[in-house]
Design a protein around this ligand. Sequence first.
Ligand SMILES: [Zn+2]
Ligand SMILES: [Zn+2]
Length: 440
Amino acid sequence: MTSPLPIWRGIFLFRGHSVVRLLRKLNEVNPVTEVRFLNGLDTIGGNIVEFSTPTSRVIMDFGVASDLTDETIDSAIANGKLPNLPELFFDRADKYTHEAIFISHLHIDHMGALQYLEKDIPVYLSEPSYRLYQSLIEQGIEAPVDNLRPMPFETPITIGEFSVTGFASDHDEPGIMALLVDDGRHRYGHSGDVRLNGPHPQNVAHWAQVFNDAKLSLFMLEGTTYSFDTETPVEDQAHPSVALTEASLQTAFGETLDQAQDLVVVNPYQRNYDRLAALAATAEKHGRQLVFEASDAKILEDITGKRPTAVLNDTVSLGDIKENPGQFVLENQFSHLDVLADLPVSMYVHSNGEPLGDYDPRFKQLQDWLASHQIPLQFLSASGHALREDLIRLAKMVNPKIIVPWHSFHPERMADVLDSETRAEVLMPERDLYYSIDEN
Ligand SMILES: [Zn+2]
Ligand SMILES: [Zn+2]
């Protein structure tokens, strides 16, 4: 049930700049911070928020909301696929003396628009995400971006009147940060994508406590799992898989390896390099070598400083695998699916690799190809996103004055629960309007 929410108490909404200008006159000595939500309010993808004063601006995340094929920058902005920031895409002058972009993590929906930047604006990421980005750029997987800067965790970065601090968190991109913005009078928190049942719950508990101590005026909380009719995202709506954690996934993977006579193939998502390393360790424990695709071997090498020993067409050939299929696990990206046609494959393990699910037309191609080659398909997936009850628990741990549910196809479902179960005012903002915290 969706009921109208008491969303405007405690917040002023300004439509257009004339009202804002009037307010600035009243507050010239100590201008208020304006908050503008630029995208991603009712979708998973492209959630972007801007905090600004007359001299300073920080932008949180910079993803694309959907596919930009056949779009120009102008049409993508008009169609809501890129944020309404033409000054950054066309390198036009703006009024800010100090400005920067902060990226919570390297998933496309949080960083995919960086490649279209024309303005030379600093882009801050966590150190691990920075190293991953450099690896992807070097390999031509991502386009180069000027002015990328690594930021250490829990070390505030000053951008004019703002101070921004990143905290290690838990998600299926291991460099994930939660972000805290301080304008000297109010604190604003951005959860980034987050889960509580991952390998690092202590990270989340820590930043939630810091956010709580900071008495947040505004907390933006992702709501991915409120998007679906199933409890967690599934690949195939017709045959929902069992949701696993990173830990139980490895146990299940070990069982699959023990049961398989011949080759086991695995398709993970390359940006989750912790999972890549864990799959290799499980394979080894069960008497097999995981043979990496060259690109993912390079990512592991760039992140950990150690090159995996088994790399396809480098240290291990397809001939080696064909001769002793029971001794190997082969990592396989969808674009190299044809390689499997000549190999004795006992099981194809889909582990959050691409294509990710049945909303992607390539997913049916994958299913059909495997079926026509009599290769069984198993889903061993762990979500990077918190369960619904964990999201509410997190909201209670942070205990902000105002909370914004976003990064969800159904933020209103989460808003209902937050409204009844937490003390926070729930705000469902509108795109491109300017909000400011009510001093009184
Ligand atoms: Zn993510
Ligand atoms: Zn996301």
